[in-house]
Write a protein that binds this ligand. Structure first.
Ligand SMILES: NC(=O)c1ccc[n+]([C@@H]2O[C@H](COP(=O)([O-])OP(=O)(O)OC[C@H]3O[C@@H](n4cnc5c(N)ncnc54)[C@H](OP(=O)(O)O)[C@@H]3O)[C@@H](O)[C@H]2O)c1
Length: 244
């Protein structure tokens, strides 16, 4: 196992997939450095990890602010002396039909899902270059693999990340690992950001019927991180068996 002793930054760690990943990595001996906007749930995650003997730090982070990601990465380096992995997981999915013209929701998805991931990459790369090693893990979505109505902008932001991830992988050279992971329907608070009441109800019902636990995605992320330094897990798709 190579998780023990790794220093891992995780965005969107106050809930869902980010929280599950933080807990699993901490259980296996990583020092996890958590970022999200809401301090209270972030603190609760950190307390749960500490209470079970894990090593954890956290910092209020809005991934739309480049400086917040720089500060989160700096906190990890200060706390752990280096940065092994950044998991760019923070994301929102206020999905809707195009003719609803929820343009502010489109902007939010671009800013959080795409720009926020780029800011995470920008914060981590100089540290990785200085160290001569590092690992970028970007959480994408099966919404970008099977495009369906109402998910156009969400899927576009996720596929923008997919495109950037592949170019980064090719640029990265022999010492930097780059992984994309595409979850399918996962039981989290993902529906919370949906501003259309009927859409929110439908997505929450779909998730309730089909979703897999956030742990299933966390195990995929841990698998990629756990590989030897010369093994780069490029792309993982994890969805419910029942997802069409
Ligand atoms: N659940 C699914 O079915 C599913 C499927 C495919 C992909 N995904 C992707 O998985 C990732 C995690 O989502 P989830 O399903 O675990 O949903 P979730 O439970 O709602 O978690 C989303 C996380 O992102 C954080 N976040 C949102 N906006 C942020 C911002 N501006 N700055 C920093 N953090 C922010 C939230 O924390 P705060 O609110 O405290 O900031 C929260 O911790 C997302 O990228 C999502 O697109 C989810």
């Amino acid at each position: 196992m190579s998780i023990d002793g790794k220093i891992v930054v995780i965005t969107g760690a106050s809930s869902g997939i980010g929280r599950a990943t933080a807990k699993l990595l901490a259980q296996q001996g990583a020092l996890v450095v958590l970022g999200a906007r809401r301090l209270e749930p972030l603190q609760q995650v950190a307390e749960a990890i500490s209470a079970s003997g894990g090593r954890v730090a956290f910092r209020q982070t809005d991934v739309r602010q480049r400086g917040d990601l720089e500060a989160l990465v700096s906190a990890a380096v200060e706390e752990g002396g280096q940065l092994d992995v950044i998991v760019n997981n923070a994301g929102v999915g206020p999905i809707s039909r195009f003719d609803d013209l929820k343009v502010e929701d489109w902007d939010l998805m671009i800013d959080v899902n795409f720009r926020g991931t780029l800011y995470g990459i920008a914060a981590a790369l100089p540290v990785f270059a200085r160290q001569g090693f590092g690992h970028v893990v970007n959480v994408i979505s099966t919404a970008g693999l099977k495009i369906v109505p109402t998910m156009g902008v969400y899927a576009a932001t996720k596929n923008a990340v997919r495109t950037a991830t592949e170019a980064l992988r090719q640029e990265a050279g022999p010492t930097l690992r780059v992984t994309e992971i595409s979850p399918g329907m996962t039981a989290t608070n993902f529906g919370d950001s949906i501003t259309d009441a009927a859409m929110k109800k439908k997505i929450e019902a779909d998730l309730g019927a089909t979703a897999i636990p956030a742990d299933a995605i966390a195990r995929g992320i841990v698998f990629a991180i756990d590989q030897p330094a010369e093994v780069d897990v490029g792309s993982i798709v994890i969805r419910p068996t029942a997802q069409g």
